[in-house]
Design a protein around this ligand. Structure first.
Ligand SMILES: O=C(O)CC1=CCC(=O)O1
Length: 262
């Protein structure tokens, strides 16, 4: 198991693939850990250096007292990539992970050569919506919200699979204050202006049944950046990498090939 203590925060990460290959970094969504990418990685071409990590408050990373700020989440991964001596990575971020991707690309272009913004936006939800979710998480715990969250995560057919129970367990086992801390970071984030100033290769991925960041919202963020590409995965919700991993990997592989990464 790999843990790096960086500026006082313990971050859990994992590396797969070729240590000398093109780095591809994956950032997870709210309520998930780095296993979010388990089904995608085996379908990616060989020769890539695949780096995943748990953001603060999630998975096996430390969960300091909430709330967190988006700047802290960006700084955490910035330190991790410096620690791993990564430069010019393709950064794949899903939902809050996609917000981290936008923040990192705006701050440290030396670390990021291209971004994949999956099921995310420059701004997600409203302050009131997040305040409500934080209050419920703190008072009732994550299990009280998991039905509603899973409705947004997956299209109807996936709810009939055994795998749905694993995703529920992953969500409910996150530290409640870590989850709430990340909700606060999302509530305080509006990257409209900074993302519109980005000039780098960008692929946005959306799910047709995404109840959290609907496809139109994802496309709106992609449209901020000249030349951005957009891919829609039909029959998938907010976590298409879990629901349609082969299609997700194909879209990602095509993008990596177009960037000369393969
Ligand atoms: O609505 C959800 O729970 C999904 C979500 C919103 C931001 C994020 O990272 O996940």
């Amino acid at each position: 198991m790999k843990i790096a203590t960086l500026d006082g925060i313990r971050l859990h990460y994992r590396e797969d693939g070729d240590p000398d290959g093109q780095p591809v970094v994956f950032a997870n969504s709210l309520g998930t850990d780095l296993r979010l990418w388990d089904e995608v990685l085996p379908h990616l071409p060989k020769g890539l250096r695949l780096i995943r990590y748990d953001k603060r408050g999630h998975g096996l990373s430390e969960a300091p007292a909430a709330p967190y700020a988006m700047g802290q989440l960006v700084h955490d991964v910035e330190m991790l990539l410096d620690h791993l001596q990564v430069r010019d990575a393709v950064f794949v971020g899903l939902s809050i992970g996609g917000m981290i991707a936008q923040g990192l690309a705006a701050k440290r272009l030396d670390l990021v050569r291209a971004v994949v913004l999956s099921n995310t936006a420059a701004k997600i939800g409203t302050r009131d919506m997040w305040a409500e979710r934080i209050a419920k998480t703190e008072s009732e715990g994550l299990a009280a919200m998991s039905d509603a969250v899973l409705e947004r995560w997956f299209a109807p057919a996936f709810h009939e699979t055994d795998a749905i129970h694993g995703w529920r367990a992953m969500l409910e086992r996150q530290p409640a204050h870590g989850y709430a801390g990340c909700c606060a970071a999302i509530a305080g984030t509006d990257f409209m202006t900074t993302t519109a100033a980005l000039r780098l290769p960008l692929l946005a991925i959306a799910g047709s049944d995404d109840g959290s960041t609907p496809a139109d919202l994802v496309r709106e963020t992609a449209d901020l950046v000249p030349g951005a590409e957009f891919a829609l995965i039909r029959g998938a919700g907010h976590l298409p990498c879990a629901e349609k991993p082969e299609e997700y990997a194909r879209i990602l592989s095509d993008f990596l090939a177009a960037q000369g990464c393969l």
